[in-house]
Each structure stands twice: as C-alpha cells, then as structure tokens.
Design a protein around this ligand. Structure first.
Ligand SMILES: Nc1ncnc2c1ncn2[C@@H]1O[C@H](COP(=O)(O)OP(=O)(O)O)[C@@H](O)[C@H]1O
Ligand SMILES: [Mg+2]
Length: 282
C-alpha cells in the first residue's frame, strides 16, 4: 500500500467540488468560520483536526444534513443546495457518518440495500427480492475481503469494526461520485483499520471516485491521501499536498496547533523547506 505506486494527481485535474466560505453556528457555538475546501476529480483529501474543530459539521453541510448560515457549494460546476441527505445522495454524494447509519435489527444484506432495495413480482404483488440482495451482498462483501459471519445476521451482532466495514462497503457499492467518510477508522483495530485503508487506496488507484476522509489521527492515512486540510477552531489552518510535505512536518504543524500564529509559523517553515506553497492553495 505504498504511496509510490500511485502517480500524483496532475496539476490540471479538474475540481469536482468546492465549498466556499462556509460558516455555521449552533446557538452560541461557532462551529465553522468561512471554511473553504476544494476537492479534485479522483483525489483523496484528508480532513484533520481536533475534536470539536468542525469536521463533522462541514461534511454534514455537504451531505444536506445541516444547512450553512452562509457560503456556497459548487458541485460539478454548478451551485447546489442540498435540502436533505437523500437529495445529496441522489446526486452522487455518499456519506458514511461518524454515528453510523446502519439499522441494528435489520440483516446485513438488508442494510446493504437500504433505499435501493431490489423487488420482484409474485402473483402481481411487489415483494422484496431477498434472495437477490442476499447473494449480491455476500458476493460483494467477499470481493472486498470483508469477513462477517453471515449476511443474514442482524447488524447488532457485529463488532464495531465489522459494522464500520459494512457501512464503508455499502457506500462504495452505490458507485458515488464523491465519497465522504467521517472517521471510518475510529472503531477499528489495527488490522481492520489497515483493511479499510486498503479499500480506500484501491479506489484512489482507479481515480474514479473523489474522497473526503475525516481522520482524527492521520499517521496511518498519510499514504492514502493526496492532500491534507487541517481544520482548527472552525477555520482551515493548513492545506498541504502529501507529495511535497513529509509526515513529520505535518505532525509538527498539527502538534503546534494551539493557536493560529503557531500554525502559521510552522506552515511557513514547511514552505521554506520544500520551496512550495503549502498554505492557501485554495
Ligand atoms: N447539532 C449541534 N448542536 C449544537 N452544537 C453542535 C452540533 N453539532 C456540532 N456542534 C458543535 O460544533 C462544534 C464542532 O463540532 P463537530 O463538527 O462535531 O466537530 P468535529 O467533528 O471536528 O469533532 C463543536 O463545538 C460541537 O459541540
Ligand atoms: Mg466529528
């Protein structure tokens, strides 16, 4: 799973999604201030930052779950206003939320097909085609190397890691244009985490899906991301490409993350040492 076998994105790769100057408050809490991000076609963008930095809020705005107080979203060249997650999903933006959206007392295969169930007609009646969904789910999860006892099990019998893997598999299965994963590694052990990262790396190799990956601790994911945006106190404090920044430099910047000045100083240091623009690339 080396970074080296995947060519870097060409500089002229088109932008598929832009969130411009998004602000959001919840009562007295300011969650986001003028946050702008850009996602290129086929890119894997990591969104990092401390707890409460506003990461989930930003992607919930993208997925139509929250509405911004101000700011715009431009998707595939057009300004969009997603009214609901269903709306965003219908346009190819698939999100796996941190608080997973699997239904505990439904089977794994039913969960795989929520909102896009297969039906069959029996004596003129429209019935769920359970056999088809069961077979497709089994084949698909096998093909991704996801190990679960049986697709007939209800989700509440799965470990946190298995649930997370099923949720990620489900989102990939829908062939999204933009895939957003909010802390997909949080509940996972080392091996399970590596497996999910492997799935993301495969998608990245194909460059057909554009991915926003929210990670709490990005050590593990440096290899699967093209770019890292660091969100600090509701603002993007750093936008750095992983190909011209070392993991150590980024760790230093994030660790210095107690105040914008410290971040700006550390970012300037990176710029000076790489000779490239790692901030304000937006
Ligand atoms: N629905 C909500 N109502 C009130 N405050 C919220 C809500 N969602 C998030 N917040 C607040 O917004 C800030 C950013 O939260 P969040 O986006 O969840 O951060 P992160 O995902 O980076 O940990 C936090 O202070 C959080 O408490
Ligand atoms: Mg969050």
């Amino acid at each position: 799973m080396s970074q080296k076998d995947i060519p870097v994105l060409k500089p002229d790769t088109p932008v598929i999604l832009e969130m411009n100057r998004i602000s959001k408050t919840f009562g007295a809490v300011t969650a986001l201030v003028d946050v702008s991000i850009k996602l290129h076609q086929g890119e894997v963008l990591a969104l990092v930052g401390d707890n409460g930095a506003g990461k989930s809020t930003l992607i919930k705005i993208l997925s139509g779950f929250h509405h911004p107080d101000s700011g715009t979203i431009v998707y595939q060249g057009k300004e969009v206003h997603f009214r609901s997650p269903r709306d965003a999903r219908a346009q190819g933006i698939e999100t796996v939320y941190q608080d997973l959206a699997l239904i505990n007392d439904l089977s794994i295969y039913h969960n795989m097909f929520i909102g896009r169930e297969y039906h069959k007609r029996v004596l003129g009646l429209k019935l769920l085609d359970n056999r088809k969904m069961r077979d497709l789910a089994q084949t698909y999860l096998n093909s991704l190397g996801i190990q679960i006892p049986s697709v007939n099990s209800t989700v509440d019998l799965l470990s946190g890691g298995q649930r997370q893997s099923v949720a990620v598999a489900r989102s990939i299965y829908s062939s999204p244009t933009v895939l957003v994963l909010d802390e997909p590694l949080a509940a996972l052990g080392v091996r399970e985490g590596a497996h999910v990262l492997g799935l993301i790396q495969n998608l990245r190799r194909q460059r057909s899906v554009s991915i926003i990956l929210i990670v709490h601790n990005y050590n593990q994911v440096f290899e699967v991301c093209d770019r890292i945006n660091f969100l600090h106190s509701g603002e993007i404090a750093l936008d750095a490409s992983t190909s011209d920044t070392s993991e150590e430099q980024l760790i230093r910047i994030v660790k210095s993350g107690l105040g914008r000045q410290a971040i700006a100083a550390a970012a300037a240091e990176v710029e000076a040492s790489t000779g490239s623009t790692s901030t304000n690339r937006l």
